[in-house]
Write a protein that binds this ligand. Structure first.
Ligand code: NDP
Length: 338
């Protein structure tokens, strides 16, 4: 059982030597205690929140201890079980971490969940029909509360969360504008995902030209903003917000390596009478059933499209994770383990 441990804490950007690969014996069915399940992971999910866990400082979650298996969402297959509700061959989603197998105490509610792969591919349970999808659903539906005809903007638009935000808002009759890095991502967001427009912040690196491009894409102003990045994008959006607009603050990835992301004009929150609300998806388990019904239905019927960046093998995980924090991924970042 190959495992990747957190070997040291990054100073600024993540480097490969922040991780250490070790090999432990694969647990056997005889090792399982009552209630435990042995899972072979098919995919590991790489997510921006992991960067925060690598730091020493406490955020909304405790830091990950050094020399332990990196935290992470996984999907896989039950290979041995001493829990009556899980059988060998069941497909499951859980938090198995950066390793090939995990032993899970399935008596603890919510730690391991069976998933139905008849109409939805297993990997999607780490993306559109998983934590990122529910994140999109919560921020858009519960905080932004979009109405038909309103303009909704989302940053990191081609990514796991952003792609779902835009498609959910389109389904509710909104004008949807993405912000993404590069022409290829912007083309995808408009042509494949059906957004109305997309602003390429890399083609408009200075705040003035970015604001001009955003203004052209939002002729009626902005009613709802789903924030994933912070920095220059947030400043430009604030200046385009309509009165009584809503901002769901989901992520600030532009500052995850400690870069400063100052807000130039917070008075615009007052001037535009905005509602600004941050949220952490794991604190809202109550919305999962409703969110999953809508997301699962849309994915199963092809109404929700998604794209994945798949790295091959556990040893590729550190490089892929560093890429995610630099926008080298294109869609949900996964690591395929078998
Ligand atoms: P993505 O699939 O969107 O991948 C991250 C993307 O962020 C990159 O592809 C890149 O897109 C963009 N990015 C990276 N660095 C920068 C930068 N310096 N400036 C602007 N954009 C950058 O990841 P997720 O969909 O998984 O996550 C999106 C956001 O949602 C993150 O901020 C994450 O922390 C947050 N999140 C929050 C949760 C919560 O509970 N609050 C739960 C889950 C996610 P591009 O090339 O277009 O720049």
């Amino acid at each position: 059982n190959h495992q990747l441990l957190l070997a040291s804490r990054p100073q600024g950007e993540v480097t490969p030597d922040n991780f250490r690969m070790v090999e432990a014996p694969v647990p056997s069915a005889d090792d399982l205690a009552d209630g435990q399940v042995l899972v072979r992971h098919h995919y590991l999910s790489l997510d921006p929140y992991m960067r925060g866990r690598m730091n020493d400082s406490k955020s909304y979650a405790e830091p990950q201890p050094l020399d332990t298996v990196m935290i992470g969402g996984t999907v896989g297959e039950v290979v041995a079980s001493k829990h009556p509700k899980f059988a060998v061959g069941d497909k499951v989603v859980g938090m198995g971490g950066w390793q090939e197998y995990s032993v899970v105490d399935a008596t603890e509610r919510g730690l391991l969940n069976k998933v139905d792969t008849t109409h939805i591919p297993l990997s999607a349970y780490l993306g559109s029909v998983g934590m990122p999808g529910v994140t999109a659903w919560y921020g858009l539906i519960k905080i932004i509360q979009p109405k038909a005809g309103e303009t909704v903007v989302v940053s990191a638009a081609s990514g796991a969360v952003g792609s779902v935000v835009g498609q959910l808002a389109k389904a509710r009759g909104c004008r949807v504008v993405g912000v993404a890095g590069g022409a290829e991502k912007c083309r995808y967001v408009v042509d494949e995902l059906g957004f109305d427009a997309c602003v390429d912040y890399k083609a408009n690196p200075d705040p003035k030209s970015f604001y001009k491009a955003l203004k052209e894409a939002t002729p009626n102003g902005i009613d709802g903003y789903f924030e994933n990045v912070g920095g220059m994008v947030l400043d430009a959006v604030l200046a385009r917000m309509n009165a009584f607009g809503r901002i769901a603050v989901c992520g600030m990835i532009a500052g995850y390596n400690g870069e400063p992301t100052p807000m130039q004009n917070p008075a615009l929150i007052l001037v535009n009478r905005l509602k600004v609300e941050g949220f952490i998806v794991s604190e809202h388990p109550e919305v999962w059933p409703e969110a999953m019904t809508e997301l699962g239905g849309m994915v199963a019927t092809g109404k929700m499209k998604f794209r994945e960046s798949v790295a091959q093998g556990l040893s590729a995980a550190p490089e892929a994770f560093m890429g995610l924090l630099k926008g080298r991924n294109f869609g949900k970042q996964l690591v395929k383990l078998i």
